[in-house]
Design a protein around this ligand. Structure first.
Ligand code: MOS
Length: 749
């Protein structure tokens, strides 16, 4: 059952006032004391260990595997290859969705990318499984791979998360042709890998045609759906536990191929099987952020007003699926111009299929757009912040819709003030620190759409007046459970201590997807509605009961306060929940709720969170060494449920922005097609020494349309403004415009 139910609580808050409080993490103590169990911590009776053998070529065919040698290992129980892999109910290459989700499940001897699973070894110990995998000594027929963007391309039907491959408003060509000034720039972003701390893992156990899974997943119902389809069993036969994730960032949005292989193996050998990918094995079959080459053409008037924006993205995808990073979408929302055109193209190369990765589209897209905007600002001899304010989008440029709320001006103003932006000289290379290092300042606009999915929740008030709230939510590490528990308690008019909160299991109502920065809004709205439902039922009992002080109060209205129902016109008149239930002879009363996007308002308004990030960097004039010395982000994302968690999400996003700007890059060997730095020693991510003291400003924003709670989402937006701010600061320090990420020492020498 749910692990969260028994958690110690740090709550001192009272009912109705939990939202907005900086509660500490409900699961924090369990995590720091090692009591929080992750999927791979489960060791059912009779457990066997599976290890995937992966391709060391990027394109071709496996011609031989020494299965006999592996099987001769005393610890090895079974070796699965395309020759003996049991049949599946669904072809793993079936095109189920528009752009992704085809899997490599040993369907044939073909190799489509380096790191693709080509066999699976099941053994009594992990060591034996690894040794068995090494004994397979694969031989190949090798074809020359393509791992770069210089080749043939295709136009996808849809890109990334279901966006059109081409979108426009106004007449870009005419506007661009008639512009007083024009600018064209091409920016490149590299392939990046999610590198969640917890590798993809699974513990799978079959009992007849019932399946029990411990697996980290960002979306339980979607995972069940996919597993049910592949194995031809009803969804209700599948039980997933996923209380904690050691990060996901999109890569755990759907079960990955190797996790499915773990389920196949468990069925085939008739015993529970554990499979955990090594760090190296996470570079291939579990998704990544595809590389992009983005060309921007901007037109503007003499006074710096944008007239035309064209944003074209060429992005890598695999040979066998269609996920194309929707980077050009960044230009739909950020800056006003009468003519806007965005387009996408894909390049089929010999890599695993790219996937959602934190701020998919916007992260890469705004990195390029913000750079081009900075270039345009300097061409117009304008301060980059003034330029952004001049081209402020009062309505969403691509759709013409008004924003449901947009406090971006306040973000710019508050961030600029705190940063001291007014003192920024226009010319690059005009500031130095006391040690003689070049100093530069940059700004970037942050934006991420306020997405909602679908979720359900159940609320219960018990005879003793305490409450229970359930939704299947998983905590990726972002503090979602804490925020959701706050919403749950407020929904019941109780304190957090009086409200039991259960989550983390597919037995519970589905909490939808922890992705798209939409989890708190979606699951939160389900909890909120479930609370309303149960309170309404309780009210119904009270106002119709002659023995209740609320008898007949239906007309004036009844509200939940402090574990009591009270008259809206006189809060001193009412009675505790417990009294109502006891008189009615009920042990408990139940309510249900759904969190769904409201179609009406979404039709009418564009809904996005916004922010402004200000960066200071120093650059050693002789060595080119770059240091981010200050980073301030001001964000407006609707209602803040828990300022501590929200700040922490912004910090995480901003650090990811540093990573994008200066560190992360998967490097392919062009001959072999293999990734040469598939490990955390050489795939660089920022360490503490790379991260300055960060500051966030939570800008107040009331949004009456996005949902009843006014929540937008905070998980991904921090990445988006930060990359541009740092790149702009590096240009301002050095006068060198680097249009390729990550920006390296070598680029500045
Ligand atoms: Mo996120 S890339 O929607 O997990």
């Amino acid at each position: 059952m749910s692990e969260i139910a028994s958690l110690p609580t740090g709550s001192r808050q009272r009912q109705g006032s939990n939202i907005g409080q900086p509660m500490t993490r409900r699961e924090g103590v369990l995590k720091v004391t090692g009591q929080a169990t992750y999927a791979a911590d489960n060791n059912p009776e009779g457990l066997l260990y599976a290890v995937v053998a992966t391709a060391t070529i990027a394109r071709g065919r496996v011609t031989h595997l020494d299965v006999e040698a592996a099987k001769a290992h005393p610890g090895v129980v079974e070796v699965l290859t395309p020759q003996n892999r049991p049949p599946l109910a669904l072809d793993p290459d079936a095109k189920l969705h528009g752009f992704m989700f085809r899997l490599d499940l040993l369907q044939n001897d073909g190799v489509r990318y380096a790191g693709q699973p080509i066999a699976l070894v099941v053994a009594r110990t992990l060591e034996a499984a690894n040794e068995g995998a090494a004994l397979l000594a694969p031989q190949y027929e090798v074809e020359a791979p393509r791992v770069d963007l210089d080749g043939e391309n295709f136009v996808p039907e849809v890109v990334g998360p279901g966006a059109p491959a081409r979108a426009e408003t106004g007449d870009f060509d005419a506007e661009y042709a008639g512009s007083a000034k024009t600018l064209e720039a091409t920016y490149e972003t590299p392939p990046q890998y999610h590198n969640a701390m917890e590798p993809h893992s699974i513990v799978a156990a079959w009992d007849g045609d019932r399946l029990s899974i411990d697996m980290p997943t960002q979306g339980m119902a979607m995972a069940i759906d996919r597993v049910a389809g592949l194995f031809g069993i009803p969804a209700e036969n599948i039980h997933i536990r996923s209380p904690f994730l050691g990060g996901g960032f999109g890569s755990k949005g759907m079960p990955a191929g190797p996790q499915m292989l773990g389920i196949i193996a468990a069925k085939h050998v008739g015993a529970p099987v554990k499979l955990v990918l090594s760090r190296q094995q996470m570079y291939g079959p579990v998704g990544h952020r595809g590389q992009t080459r983005q060309t921007l053409r901007l037109g503007m008037s003499d006074d710096g007003r944008l007239t035309a924006i064209e944003h074209h993205t060429l992005a890598s995808t695999s040979r066998f699926d269609d996920f194309v990073e929707p980077a050009s979408n960044a230009s739909h929302t950020l800056y006003a111009a009468p003519g806007i055109r965005t387009t996408h193209e894909g390049a089929r190369i010999d890599i695993g299929t790219p996937m959602f990765m934190r701020a998919p589209g916007e992260a890469s897209g705004s990195a390029a757009l913000e750079g081009a905007i900075d270039e345009a600002a300097f061409a117009a001899r304008m301060d980059p912040l003034d330029f952004r304010l001049l081209n402020y989008a009062e309505v969403e440029p691509i759709s013409g819709k008004p924003f449901s709320s947009k406090a971006l001006r306040e973000c710019y103003a508050k961030g600029a003030e705190r940063f001291g932006w007014a003192k920024r000289p226009l010319e690059p290379r005009s500031m130095r620190d006391a040690e003689g290092r070049l100093v530069g300042w940059g700004v970037g606009t942050a934006m991420f759409p306020a997405i909602m999915f679908q979720a359900a929740a159940r609320a219960v008030i018990r005879a003793d007046g305490s409450g229970l709230m359930e939704t299947g939510a998983h905590d990726m590490g972002q503090g979602a459970w804490t925020a959701l528990h706050q919403i749950a308690a407020d929904g019941l008019g109780l304190s957090m201590d009086e409200t039991e909160f259960r989550a983390g299991s597919s037995d519970l109502p589905d909490a939808g997807i922890a992705g798209g920065s939409g989890h708190t809004a979606t699951a939160g709205m389900a909890l909120h509605r479930a609370g309303e439902d149960v309170i309404a039922k309780l009210t119904e009992l009270a106002v119709n009961d002659e023995n209740s002080p609320l008898y007949g109060a239906g007309n004036v209205g009844v509200v939940a306060r402090n574990g009591r129902l009270v008259r809206q016109d006189d809060e001193s008149r009412g009675e505790p929940y417990a009294a109502i239930l006891q008189r009615a002879g009920l042990a408990e009363i139940e309510g249900k709720g759904q969190g769904v996007p409201d179609a009406g308002p979404r039709e009418k308004y564009a809904m996005d969170a916004h922010g402004a990030v200000f960066a200071e960097v120093t650059v050693d004039p002789d060595l080119g060494q770059i240091r981010v010395t200050r980073l301030i982000g001001a964000f407006a994302a609707g209602r803040v449920i828990n300022p501590r968690m929200v700040e922490s999400q912004y910090y995480g996003g901003m650090i990811w922005g540093i990573s994008f700007a200066l560190h992360e890059e998967a490097v392919h060997d062009k001959r072999s097609g293999r990734i040469m730095n598939a490990n955390l020693a050489e795939y660089r991510v920022p360490v503490n020494a790379d991260v300055p003291s960060l500051e966030t400003i939570l800008v107040h924003e009331d949004d009456p349309y996005v949902n009843a709670l006014g929540i937008k989402g905070v998980g991904e937006i921090g990445v988006t403004g930060t990359v541009g701010a740092i790149a702009g600061a590096i240009w301002h320090a050095t006068g060198v415009r680097v249009r390729r990420f990550p920006i390296n020492v070598a680029d500045l020498l």
